[in-house]
Design a protein around this ligand. Structure first.
Ligand code: S3P
Length: 169
């Protein structure tokens, strides 16, 4: 029998879906590690996601993000959390084929509440609510297409969301 490989679960979803919090809860419950591709890119580049967007541009970030997702899928066996826009890149989507991908779904009201003033999030400039609305509309079909399972997070505490993910995995 071949050992299962790759991350136990990959979390996707927009900013404010609670990916980071849920990833931590899952890792605690399972006794494994979290890997977060935003953090991987930041460590490799020696600067924040915000700085990368400003200084090098979004296409550069997506390129580094794709490489980070590819490496994490190959190397990591715990929980993997992706940045909200990772699945917009076709190459990144390809890397996720065959993985257990959970889409943490969130509506506008809860996403806006969770991101607050949007600090550190380069795509949330100007009218944050309207930016989130555009992002949700644009990305929803892609998240749904990439996901092998969807968990709704609206109005729910993160531990309840994590329990639902664990029940599915
Ligand atoms: C982005 C989401 C961010 C980060 C970058 C771009 C996006 O990750 O990767 O700011 O395009 O939605 P989080 O979803 O973890 O905030």
């Amino acid at each position: 029998m071949t050992e299962p490989h790759g991350p136990r679960v990959v979390l996707i979803g927009p900013m404010g879906a609670g990916k980071t919090t849920v990833a931590d809860l899952l890792a605690q419950a399972w006794g494994c590690e979290v890997r977060d591709t935003d953090q991987d890119v930041e460590a490799q580049e020696g600067r924040s996601v915000q700085e990368i967007f400003i200084e090098l541009g979004e296409p550069y970030f997506r390129d580094r993000e794709r490489a980070a997702v590819r490496a994490a899928v190959r190397e990591h066996t715990g929980v993997l959390a992706l940045g909200g826009g990772a699945v917009m890149d076709p190459g990144t989507r390809e890397v996720l084929v065959g993985q257990r991908v959970v889409f943490l779904n969130v509506g506008l009201a809860d996403a806006a509440k969770r991101v607050g003033l949007g600090q550190g999030r380069p795509l949330l400039v100007g009218n944050i609510r309207s930016r989130i609305k555009t992002i949700l509309t644009e990305r929803l079909p892609i998240y749904a297409a990439v996901a092998s399972h969807v968990v709704d997070t609206d109005g729910r505490p993160a531990d309840e969301v994590a329990d639902e993910v664990r029940a599915w995995v």
